[in-house]
Ligand binder design. Structure first.
Ligand SMILES: [Zn+2]
Ligand SMILES: [Zn+2]
Length: 408
């Protein structure tokens, strides 16, 4: 444990919210009112890439009013969720401080966050909660990995080769389940569902011969399918890279010029990763379908999903792997839940709403560690925490550091 958290355990109780949360104003209400609009705008910005991805995924039917409504509703729900969590944590922080006076280590940050996230999990729509629980679980995986508390984790974090192997396995497990068990999961690429075996058996030999070109797992020719994938994921990756660059730049004035200058040194991390991932996947999948036959679609897709996972080598961050691991745990849990059992303990475990529990505890834990164990929260956690509060959490973190430095 770092010396900062040791100091916090001893001394944070003597501080006030004026010293830690809002030193710029002596009034809690004034500070909260000043935060209201910037926190809301920051959440609009945080979830904007998700809006872009969803628009990109539905580009062909974007004129459909219902689809536009669903996309905007989904985006707005995410923004509201982030706002409730971010703004609620700051508000509860001040309320607790005002009501209960000097606080201790756990009631300073952790408890207000648990209170707001417990309220939030009961209000959020199911699909937002699903996404939030995967992100929360991902944050926990990142924290556990960065803590490097056991030799296996240490080995994984130091070896890109092992990480790539793990990502390949995750890719294989997730895509197989999306195709075979129709698991609803946000994943980087989607397999084409192809012709069902039963439907295929009904097609006569002559018909198979006639429509041989179409007997892959997708509509149209393999060449079109391959290049459509590159085009779609290339544009999506490019949009995400540009949005990421806009997000990391605080400039608004002269932003286009800044982006043009930056363009020369752009490394297009997401674009490269998505292009390689979808390119390898579609190429191998089509080749296997043509070579071994569409009858082996599941096996072909699984092999292609595993091999295309090698694209992780081109991504410098841990993010796709931690997200992949979180998705795998979620799928495994769904299968476990479906299994019948007579054990009362297992029935009890299955009855727990893990989505709610993960969000209610993991997010406060990540925020608490972000404040007191400043190095062990990964990039996803840091981005989520700082943007949902419009950098207020970053300022609180600095204030805690400054406040505790006088006791060193
Ligand atoms: Zn206050
Ligand atoms: Zn094909």
């Amino acid at each position: 444990m770092s010396s900062l958290s040791k100091l916090a355990k001893q001394h944070i109780g003597q501080a006030t919210c004026l010293q830690i949360v809002h030193p710029e104003t002596s009034s809690c209400l004034k500070s909260l009112l000043a935060d209201l609009v910037p926190v809301a705008l920051s959440n609009f910005k945080l979830f904007f890439p998700i809006l872009l991805v969803r628009i990109g995924m539905n580009l062909k039917c974007i004129c459909d009013k219902k689809i536009i409504y669903d996309i905007l509703k989904h985006y707005l729900n995410l923004v509201i969720s982030g706002f409730v969590l971010g703004f609620g944590s700051i508000t509860f922080g001040c309320i607790l401080w005002k009501c209960f006076g000097p606080r201790n280590f756990l009631t300073s940050i952790f408890l207000p966050c648990v209170m707001i996230s417990s309220i939030y999990v009961n209000l959020a729509p199911e699909y937002v909660l699903n996404l939030a629980s995967i992100s929360a679980f991902e944050m926990v995986i990142e924290i556990l990995t960065l803590m490097k508390c056991d030799p296996i984790t240490k080995l994984i974090i130091q070896s890109k080769f092992l990480q790539t192997l793990l990502f390949m396995a995750c890719s294989c497990y997730i895509i197989k389940n999306v195709l075979k068990h129709k698991v609803n999961m946000y994943w980087f690429i989607k397999p084409a569902s192809g012709l069902q075996k039963e439907a295929l058996n009904e097609i006569s030999f002559e018909q198979k011969e006639i429509c041989h070109r179409n007997l892959c797992s997708h509509n149209g020719s393999c060449k079109t399918y391959f290049f459509d994938g590159l085009k779609f994921y290339g544009i999506a990756g490019l949009c995400l890279d540009i949005v990421k660059e806009i997000g990391s730049s605080n400039k608004v004035k002269g932003l286009p010029l800044h982006l043009i200058k930056k363009f020369k040194t752009f490394d297009f991390q997401t674009t490269k990763f998505l292009l390689f991932y979808v390119g390898i996947f579609r190429f191998i999948n089509c080749w296997l379908n043509n070579f071994h036959g569409i009858e082996n679609l599941h096996r072909n897709t699984t092999i292609a999903a595993f091999l295309s996972g090698i694209s992780y080598t081109f991504f410098p961050k841990f993010l796709p792997l931690s997200y992949g691991m979180a998705c795998c745990v979620r799928i495994a849990w769904t299968h476990y839940k479906k299994k019948s059992t007579k054990s009362r303990f297992q029935t009890y475990i299955k009855g727990i709403n893990w989505n709610k529990l993960t969000v209610a505890l993991a997010i406060p834990l990540a925020i608490h560690l972000y404040m007191y164990e400043q190095k062990i929260v990964g990039s996803i956690g840091t981005k989520f925490i700082s943007h949902t509060t419009n950098q207020r959490s970053l300022r609180v973190r600095e204030n805690i550091k400054r406040y505790l430095s006088q006791f060193q």
